[in-house]
Every structure is written in C-alpha cells, then in structure tokens.
Ligand binder design. Structure first.
Ligand SMILES: [Zn+2]
Length: 174
C-alpha cells in the first residue's frame, strides 16, 4: 500500500535547503516515488518535490493531467533544466503554500534531463504544454531550495510573509 505523506509547509527549513543527489536506485526509491504520486494526488497537486514531504533528495513527480493520462506521469530524479525559451506569466500555486496563488513569470518552454526511478537518463521537452514547462521550473526550483515566492517582487513577498505569520500565530499553519 502506498503511503500518503503530510505536506510540509512554508517555514520549514527543509523547503529552503538544496536537496542531495540520489545515488542509490533500489526498491526503497521505487516505493518512495509511488508514495510521492499518492501524496501528490491526495493533496490535489500536479507536481511534488521530495523536500515537500520532508525528504531532502533530488526527486520530483509531475502529472499535469492529474490521473487522466497515465503516460503523463513523470519521475524526475536528479533533474536539470537543459533549455528554456520564451516567456509566460500566469497564476501559480504550491502545495507548501496552501490557499495562495500569485502571478509568476516563467519560461514558456523548458526541456529537462533527468533519471527515472531505475536510474535511466532521459530527456523531455515541454513542447507547447506551458503547464508542463511551468511544472518543470517550479519542481526543479524546489530541489534547489527555492519557492515561487522568491520570484515575486519584494513588496508582494513581504505581504505574503506577513499573511503567513498571522496564520502561524493563529495556529492555522503547520
Ligand atoms: Zn511547490
């Protein structure tokens, strides 16, 4: 049975610490990847990075179709962005920042190189799928210890931080 992990929220240092590369491709990694998909779906997300479940490893999972297309399930182990092109600006959310959405500028196209859960390297281009391009950039940011709020203006970022502090004080965060 896959395990559903609770999602770590903004404020936990694991989210702002660069994750460590994966070097062992074993059964435990396969299980973790399965658990990450389960945890992502349970939280109604289309992407999840391992630091978001408290694991500081360079692993992310993405399914921008949210279960519609099994072939859309992507496992990104040790991923890197190898190409970006163009610009897009639209609303972005993050499971670690629940109930917030902000306009974030990203590249319109992105291609990555990553390993799957067996250690095999592959390349994937977002093509015309802007949501996938955004997901690549968002999840790989997580593995560098970066959240989307770092892409906002200082003014917007401070406003968001203040709102979150209020929620923390009220016990409505964590
Ligand atoms: Zn996120």
């Amino acid at each position: 049975m896959p395990k559903v992990y609770p999602i770590v929220k903004y404020g936990d240092p694991v989210l702002e610490t660069p994750a460590e590369p994966v070097t062992v491709f074993d059964g435990a990694l396969k299980q973790l990847v399965e658990d990450m998909f389960e945890s992502m779906y349970a939280a109604h997300g289309v992407g999840l990075a391992a630091p978001q479940i408290g694991i500081g490893k360079r692993i992310a999972v993405i399914d921008v179709t949210f279960k519609e297309d099994p072939k859309a399930k992507l496992v990104l182990v040790n991923p890197e962005i190898i190409r970006t092109d163009g610009k897009q600006r639209s609303n972005e959310g993050c499971l670690s920042l629940p109930d917030f959405r902000e306009q974030v500028s990203r590249a319109r196209h992105a291609a990555i190189r990553a390993q799957d859960e067996t250690g095999k390297w592959y390349e994937k281009d977002s093509g015309d799928n802007e949501l996938l391009a955004r997901a690549f950039q968002h999840e790989i940011d997580h593995l560098h210890g970066r959240l989307y709020i770092s892409h906002l203006s200082a003014l917007k970022r401070d406003l968001m931080r203040r709102k979150i502090k209020k929620l923390m004080k009220a016990g409505e965060w964590m």
